[in-house]
Design a protein around this ligand. Structure first.
Ligand SMILES: [Zn+2]
Length: 462
């Protein structure tokens, strides 16, 4: 509400100002959608530790590519606003997302559900305090630097979103889907066989080649913003330099091809999908070009125009871990001389600390589920490393005009489907070690997430 005691007593000049403000912030029936973009560099300074792999035994050597946070703000003709922040980072904590969201809610009176964060999961990015705590116990100065980086990151995220929200312009928003095939199901295929299996059309396991593309064009038709997605790990690279991996290359390539456009990458449910081939920068660049080509083909196709309204919903559900590890198991992890012993020591320390702090509440986790209605398109954003089964199931149940992102708002662990949980292995079970979590999730996780998603999507459509 405006803090005016009574509108009747306003002087004429204020009436004019108020009328002008109303035209800008709440356009009438003839108004169009609006959009704005923003960006901030988040490449860490020298001396920060890297994350993503147990082999990260020292700080980064330098930067091979800049890392970015990018923001896209959209406003429907009725003035409902949403802002998505995408980051070239491996993970993000609930604390960081909530600090940033709280500031944007305060400054712009956005509903919390209208703010979304998504990380690309590039493994050539910095260790964040609170994320992947079971990967390694950092030396005290390394942890202090990681925490300082996190605080600075929050300010950069706020600045990127602020810029986007304060530079809105009339826009046409449209969407389409392309295809890229450099990903493969890493649970069902051995990496060394992928190129032969792919050539023979014999790759096994679920995999989604779709490349969702959302385009933002100015009134004169110029491309101003692009958000692309792909469901595949950003693990082409594992060297000791900052790099956005294939997602960073795709963004850079598309920004080169479309000068003046800010390109964002939001990762899909790629927790069981890897890129191939891997290891060389040239390979990340090739995957990036493949993705850029797919996006350009989608841009050249008959895109669907976003019409209607924006709406959003966000809620936590409580997920439950299957059990508390015994003291003996924790001690063994601490003391046994084994491969990746630093990781098991870090896991033991993280779990011990968590139970000391929270007691049995450490067996529960508040998990964020978010839904956006962007006219005739629906986005679902799920926390954690979500396996591809969720995307397939949600699209089959809720219809094809749906994009499902993982790695959103909080990356606390892998999120297996019931199938993957039963099968176990890394995504279903042992990845809880690097995440510093007590055990695998309890059965029933898939149904809980799917039913809350269904409920929130339905709520945004009302
Ligand atoms: Zn991962």
């Amino acid at each position: 509400m405006f803090p005016f005691p009574s509108l009747q007593v306003l002087p004429r000049s204020l009436w004019l100002l108020l009328a002008l403000a109303t035209t800008i912030t709440a356009p009438g029936a003839t108004a169009t959608w609006q959009a704005g973009t923003g960006r901030e560099k988040i490449t860490p300074p020298a001396g920060l530790w890297m994350t993503g792999y147990a082999s990260r035994d020292r700080p980064a050597d330098g930067a091979a590519q800049e890392l970015w946070v990018k923001a896209l703000a959209i406003v429907d003709p009725a003035g409902n606003r949403g802002v998505v922040l995408t980051l070239d980072l491996c993970g993000i904590t609930r604390e960081i997302t909530e600090h940033v969201a709280a500031e944007l809610v305060r400054k712009y009176r956005l509903p919390r559900s209208a703010i979304m964060t998504n990380v690309s999961h590039t493994h050539c990015s910095p260790f964040l305090g609170g994320n992947l705590k079971g990967l390694r116990i950092l030396p005290a100065d390394g942890l202090a630097k990681a925490e300082a980086y996190g605080r600075d990151l929050e300010q950069r995220m706020i600045r990127a979103a602020t810029y986007a929200l304060e530079h809105l312009a009339p826009a046409t928003i449209s969407w389409a889907e392309g295809e890229a095939t450099f990903g493969f199901n890493r649970r069902e295929n051995s990496e060394k066989d992928v190129s032969a299996l792919r050539a023979a059309g014999k790759l096994k396991g679920p995999f989604d080649p779709r490349v969702p593309v959302l385009a933002v064009r100015a009134a004169n038709g110029e491309l101003r913003g692009l958000l692309i997605s792909y469901a595949c790990h950003n693990t082409t690279l594992s060297f000791f330099q900052w790099h956005g991996d294939y997602a960073g290359c795709a963004q850079a390539e598309l920004e080169k091809r479309h000068p003046g456009a800010t390109v964002l990458f939001a990762i899909g449910c790629g927790a069981d999908i890897n890129p191939a081939p891997r290891r060389e920068v040239s390979m990340a660049e090739q995957h990036g070009r493949d993705l850029a080509d797919a996006a350009d083909r989608a841009l050249a196709s008959q895109m669907r125009k976003v019409e209607g309204t924006f709406n959003s919903a966000l809620e936590d559900i409580t997920l439950v871990f299957s059990g508390r590890p015994t003291e003996e198991k924790l001690r063994e992890a601490r003391e046994k001389d084994q491969a990746n012993k630093e990781m098991y020591q870090a896991w033991s320390a993280a779990v011990t600390e968590d139970f000391a702090k929270k007691g049995e509440a450490a067996l529960r986790y508040e998990y964020p589920v978010q839904a956006w209605k962007i006219g005739n398109l629906t986005w679902v954003a799920l926390g954690g490393e979500v396996v591809i089964d969720y995307s397939f199931r949600l699209r089959s149940e809720l219809g094809p005009n749906l994009w499902v992102f993982g790695y959103s708002n909080d990356v606390m662990a892998y999120i297996p489907s019931e199938r993957v949980l039963k099968e176990g292995r890394y995504e279903g079970d042992t990845s809880m070690v690097p995440y510093g979590k007590p055990s695998a999730w309890s059965p029933g996780i898939e149904e809980k997430i799917i039913s809350k998603t269904r409920e929130l999507v339905a709520r945004t459509q009302r």
